[in-house]
Design a protein around this ligand. Structure first.
Ligand code: ZN
Length: 84
């Protein structure tokens, strides 16, 4: 039931616990951007498949920027949900 359709989810609709791997190309309007959307643990940004691919994608600074934003978003979400 929780499996996304093959085209992923809209990036704007992505929630914590969904893979944020970008599927869009260049020149795609923000509202049309879709990401992987597979169910993942909340502390992750990408599913296992895409984490493996992420090590060879983009420039280090691009990946760092992504990780900074995603980590911040994840922490915000986690702090609202629960604390151990
Ligand atoms: Zn993924």
């Amino acid at each position: 039931m929780s499996e996304p359709d093959p085209a992923g989810v809209r990036f704007l609709d992505r929630r914590a616990g969904q893979c944020a791997w970008p599927l869009w190309g260049e020149d795609v309007p923000l509202g049309d951007k879709r990401c992987c959307g597979r169910s993942i643990p909340l502390e992750r940004s990408y599913c296992a498949q895409h984490r493996a691919r992420g090590t060879s994608r983009g420039t280090p600074s691009e990946r760092a920027a992504d990780q900074t934003l995603l980590t911040r978003a994840a922490k915000d979400t986690l702090s609202c949900v629960s604390e151990k």
